[in-house]
Design a protein around this ligand. Structure first.
Ligand code: RP5
Length: 165
């Protein structure tokens, strides 16, 4: 770190969410986006959540990615306490395969939005790409890196399936 605050806060409800949320962190790394990864539990560390969410904008973050599983209140409660855009990643839970996480993140009441992604790794990667798209609006160098990322992805798709792939 160069002393500048990170652009993206990647928060998660538990250490057990890291296996999923590290895909968001890795995608941000690929795009050269600074991020700060933290465990903030809505239920087990509510004071930490209040402190983080109330201070997130003043701390210099521009986007928050919040991953949680089960009764996943972290993204919604964070969105309630910060004006920053919050992207929620439903972590795949053991009991209900992440359906509980998805529904508890996506069904926000009108007035407090959480941009909700897919369950699991795809959601974590896409949360990072959405964060990148937001930041790229005011960062032309990042916009170029995002274009390159997508062009490389396109170039990797074969025209026809193969038995050897
Ligand atoms: C949620 O409970 C976390 O986001 C996690 O997905 C889930 C289970 O947490 P652990 O019991 O594994 O710590 O708060």
């Amino acid at each position: 770190m160069d002393g500048k605050p990170a652009d993206v806060a990647v928060i998660m409800g538990s250490q057990s969410d890291w296996a999923t949320m590290k895909h968001a962190a890795e995608t941000l790394d690929q795009l050269g986006i600074s991020h700060d990864d933290r465990i903030v539990s809505a239920h087990r560390t509510p004071d930490r959540l209040v402190e983080f969410a109330h201070g997130a904008k003043a701390a210099g973050f521009k986007v928050v990615i919040a991953g949680a599983g089960g009764a996943a209140h972290l993204p919604g409660m964070t969105a309630a306490m910060t004006p920053l855009p919050v992207f929620g990643v439903p972590v795949e839970s053991k009991a209900l395969s992440g359906q509980d996480s998805l529904l508890s993140i996506v069904q926000m009441p009108a007035g407090i939005p959480v941009g909700t992604l897919a369950i699991g790794r795809a959601g974590a990667v896409n949360a990072a790409l959405l964060a990148a798209a937001v930041l790229a609006l005011t960062n032309p160098a990042l916009a170029e890196r995002l274009d390159t990322y997508r062009a490389e992805q396109t170039a990797k798709v074969a025209a026809a399936p193969s038995d050897d792939a």
